[in-house]
Design a protein around this ligand. Structure first.
Ligand code: G6P
Ligand code: MN
Length: 431
């Protein structure tokens, strides 16, 4: 079984490899291929992976390459985990948005759109190459903004591309812990788009446990989402939102907090890549996890939220379900079909999906909470305009994408972002 990671020099790759090393199931990965543009980053990560192996004898082999086509040939699974423009690009997205007075988060608001404009052409090129060189491969997309990137890739790869995110399962895990139940026993009634979803029910043995949790303010505020939104707000909306909804429900405060995550990570990561080792990777990872969304929190993150085990576990379960035809239900980014009324059938949505050897199919869930329907429809329109802009290079689509986003409060602001962003294609600027 050959797994290829695009963005193989990325910082979170050792999490994936650690999960592969622990995997004893049939159909496990035997060959890992890391592809990256940057040979130095590949060297650094390869070094950490070798340290992780220790004295395990049957560890998956590791090869690294800067040749994309060579990497893709013969792939069974492809993880796409790229960051086009690097952390420098992320920092610039944040700064340009902040200078215009709006949110520049990497997936939400203006920052997500400028990041999407930069990423989609690359992701589509990758999708076309996979279709040509590894037509039977399954593609698991982690590349953000994951919803729109998965949708753009799906135009070429159909159901062979599946988007994943660790935030819904993280939310599920925290709710399970608050209720004192085992997550594997629960059915999560979760629906939305990537980084824009709500948990409307948490069923254990046929009983929805969420209403009781919502009624218990103290328990609600014992875990991350409860602290983030406050029990009163969760009770008012009758659901637990994905943590990224914080940027909508508390937009003014988020903009005022002026987080510079990109700039912070850029410095932090440069330090690691200059002198890589397993020990400094561990330290850097812990610092990265404990400062995640720090601007939204008064106190420290729960220690159980720092462990990882999110996205690499979802990816591994997904791979096994496909490779071994062992049915699993996971919250994934897949084409909607007739699942959610808020968007059309081709729209990629984030919902519980049943995975078998034939891929992932969404299952029936509750609809999005009433107050969120308009928002989801609007954000899907924004994602589509971003895709059109990225593929056509036309300013009018990029302007629509930015100006229609509810967190960009004026067409003038959208124009300003297009005219001042140093990383955007010149075609997007006013003539
Ligand atoms: C979560 C999200 C990912 C995102 C990451 C950012 O895991 O689900 O989509 O990439 O956070 O973390 P970072 O440390 O880069 O801010
Ligand atoms: Mn995510």
């Amino acid at each position: 079984m050959r797994l290829v990671i695009l963005g193989g020099g990325g910082f979170r790759v050792p999490l994936v490899y650690r999960a592969l090393l622990a995997d004893r199931e049939p159909g496990r990965v035997t060959e890992l291929v890391l592809y990256d543009l940057d040979a130095k980053r590949l060297d650094a990560i390869t070094r950490v992976l070798h340290d992780l192996v220790g004295n395990i004898l049957d560890a998956p082999s590791i090869t690294a390459t800067t040749d994309l086509d060579e990497a893709l040939r013969g792939a069974d699974f492809v993880f796409s985990a790229m960051r086009v423009g690097g952390l420098d690009g992320r920092a610039v997205d944040e700064r340009v948005a902040a200078d215009a007075g709006v949110l520049g988060q990497e997936t939400v608001g203006a920052g997500g759109i400028t990041y999407g404009l930069r990423t989609i052409p690359v992701a589509v090129d990758v999708a076309q190459r996979i279709k040509r060189l590894a037509p039977d491969a399954w593609v698991i997309n982690f590349t953000n903004p994951a919803g729109m990137v998965t949708e753009a890739m799906a135009r070429h790869l159909g159901n062979r591309v599946i988007g994943i995110c660790d935030s819904p399962v993280g939310l599920g895990r925290r709710v399970a812990r608050a209720l004192g139940v085992d997550l594997s026993e629960a059915w999560l009634d979760y629906a939305g788009l990537n980084h824009l979803g709500w948990l409307s029910g948490f069923h254990v043995e046929g009983v929805d446990r969420l209403p009781k949790l919502l009624a218990d303010g103290e328990k609600l505020e014992s875990f991350e989402e409860g602290k983030l939104f406050g029990a009163e707000w969760l009770q008012a909306i009758g659901a637990v939102p994905n943590e990224y909804l914080h940027y909508y429900y508390f937009n003014r405060e988020a903009v005022a907090a002026g987080a510079q995550r990109g700039a912070f990570l850029k410095t932090q990561q440069e330090r690691f890549y200059a002198d890589p080792s397993l020990e400094s990777w561990e330290r850097t990872r812990l610092e990265r996890e404990s400062t995640y969304m720090a601007e939204t929190r008064d106190d420290e993150r729960d220690s159980c939220d720092l462990d990882g085990g999110g996205y690499e576990q979802v990816a591994l379960s997904l791979m096994h379900a496909i490779a071994n035809d062992r049915q699993a239900t996971l919250i994934l980014n897949v084409p909607n079909g007739s699942t959610l009324d808020a968007v059309d059938g081709d729209a990629v949505v984030e919902v519980p999906s049943v995975v078998t050897a034939n891929g992932a199919r969404p299952v029936s869930v509750s609809q999005i909470p009433g107050h969120g329907v308009g928002l989801v429809a609007t954000i899907k329109a924004v994602e589509r305009a971003t895709i059109e802009a990225a593929l056509s290079g036309e300013r009018k689509h990029a302007l629509k994408a930015l100006a229609l986003h509810p967190l960009v409060d004026s067409v003038a602001v959208a124009r300003r972002i297009l005219d001042t962003h140093p990383y955007l294609s010149g075609e997007f600027r006013a003539r």
